[in-house]
Design a protein. Structure first.
Length: 124
């Protein structure tokens, strides 16, 4: 695994841990718990799918796993914004997590685009 892969692997892992900490602090009301469940699934899925991508069986599999991480990052950003805007969480940490989810989404979005372009080039 390259240094860049290690950095992104660590970054997505730490992000997932931060989301776990946030979800643990949510109020015990139904809306917060449901959003928390969805958030937990999507945030941890980013890291899990990236880990799978790093050991993909093919370039197509790699691109597919990156695509899932990208989609999960988009979903995670939605849940975080809902928590903030609904005022179910008023912590300043949520702004940092929203920003991190945006950055992760952009990284995966660019990576998917590049990977798809490389697949097209190699197919010719």
């Amino acid at each position: 695994m390259s240094s860049i892969e290690n950095d992104l692997s660590d970054r997505t892992y730490k992000f997932a841990l931060s989301v776990i900490e946030l979800v643990r602090k949510l109020p015990r009301e139904m809306a917060a718990q449901e959003i928390g469940r969805q958030l937990l699934r999507s945030a941890t899925s980013i890291a899990a799918n990236y880990e799978e991508a790093t050991v993909a069986f093919s370039k197509e599999d790699f691109t597919y796993k990156l695509s899932i991480s990208f989609k999960e990052a988009k979903e995670t950003n939605l849940w975080l914004r809902l928590l903030k805007d609904s005022e179910l969480n008023k912590s300043e940490d949520i702004d940092k997590l929203i920003q991190e989810s945006l950055e992760i989404k952009k990284i995966f979005g660019k990576s998917v685009k590049t990977s798809k372009q490389n697949l097209k080039k190699n197919a010719k």
